[in-house]
Design a protein around this ligand. Structure first.
Ligand code: F6P
Length: 341
């Protein structure tokens, strides 16, 4: 059997660990051979596949990024997209595909699976917003990086008695902001799921200064003020219709400065959260996902996504996993109310 492996969407620490684990088990235990698809769905549109074998995946476990390359290409937005995907798979005798991606890539996988393409999904994203799985790999690394950044910013905030705003990733979900904000002892945490009141944020900032502490505000890039419009620097859309976010952190610092009279600065963590070596937990999770994904291929259990439930890796229908995003539950956010302000 020949299996294709594809990584799509934003890069994410742990992608290489999944690729390695799929290939190691597939070759050693099942005698499969592999091809790697270049740059996500784009590779299937262009017919770009490369050989993938055990020597090729040696040493990649701790490396960030993806040896296969990635893109935000949506084949359904390209002329004859489905046909070209089918052609590439047929030309290279690919019997099944393992698709490693987040909401968009797995959304395409779901549609392709409905149309008869044999595939298995693996959930990746630093955002942790894929339904059906308790965690996606990449999230733990991103939270670790954001937490370390907050720890470092505390010392500057305190030395200069400034408000420091930290903008983290999270377009539709505030998982990174909430986890890193709680771990880093932030005084204000703003997430997309809950539009915020700028007056209240400024009150919380002032309260913090009153007790001689410098406030740290953690804001997810997709957070929005209550009655306002989303704050955007760049209005261009990708092929999945997403705008390029960034701007809310700067806007907040400006408002805080003007309304409280205190110095406020912003740090946008951006792609630093996605880059570099994966945490031990992400390597562990990515490795397990890879092993279970190739087992699903071997069992002919297609149209599923591997998922973490508690400590178990299970298979869930792709349809269920991609029907909606997993967002932060209001009651979880409220648990931390005591630390705000
Ligand atoms: O989906 C992961 C993610 O890192 C989001 O948190 C972020 O909004 C987006 O990707 C940024 O994408 P890009 O790197 O393509 O600008």
């Amino acid at each position: 059997m020949r299996v294709g492996v594809l990584t799509g969407g934003g890069d994410c620490p742990g992608l290489n660990a999944v690729i390695r684990s799929i290939v190691r088990k597939g070759v050693q235990e099942y005698g499969f051979d592999f091809v790697g698809v270049r740059d996500g769905w784009l590779g299937l549109l262009r017919g770009e596949v490369i050989p993938l074998d055990i020597p090729r995946v040696r040493g990649i476990l701790p490396r960030g990024g993806t040896i296969l390359g990635s893109s935000r290409t949506n084949p359904f937005k390209h002329e004859d997209g489905l046909l070209r995907v089918r052609d590439t798979l047929a030309t290279h005798d690919v019997d099944a595909l393992v698709v490693i991606g987040g909401e968009d890539t797995l959304g395409v996988a779901t549609e392709l699976s409905r149309r008869g393409i044999p595939l298995v999904g693996v959930p990746k994203t630093i955002d942790n917003d894929v339904s059906g799985t308790d965690y996606t790999f990449g999230f733990d690394t991103a939270v670790g990086i954001a937490t370390e950044a907050i720890d470092r910013l505390h010392t500057t905030a305190e030395s200069h008695m400034r408000a420091l705003v930290v903008e983290v990733m999270g377009r539709h979900s505030g998982w990174i902001a909430l986890h890193a904000g709680v771990a880093g002892g932030a005084n204000v945490i703003l997430i997309p799921e809950r539009p915020f009141d700028i007056d209240q944020v400024c009150e919380q900032v002032k309260n913090r200064f009153k007790i001689n502490y410098a406030p740290i505000v953690v804001v997810a890039e997709g957070a929005v003020p209550k009655e306002g419009q989303m704050v955007l620097k760049d209005k261009s859309l990708d092929e999945f219709g997403h705008v390029r976010l960034s701007g809310i952190g700067e806007w907040l610092a400006q408002e805080i400065s003007e309304r409280t009279g205190k110095d406020a600065r912003t740090t946008v963590l951006g792609h630093i959260q996605r880059g570099g070596t994966p945490s031990a937990f992400d390597r562990w999770l990515a490795t397990r996902f890879g092993l279970h994904a190739i087992d699903a291929v071997k069992d002919g259990d297609l149209g599923v996504m591997v998922a973490l439930r508690g400590t178990l890796v299970v298979r869930v229908p792709l349809d269920d996993a991609t029907a909606r995003n997993k967002v932060v539950d209001p009651s979880l956010y409220d648990e931390f109310e005591v630390f705000f302000g």
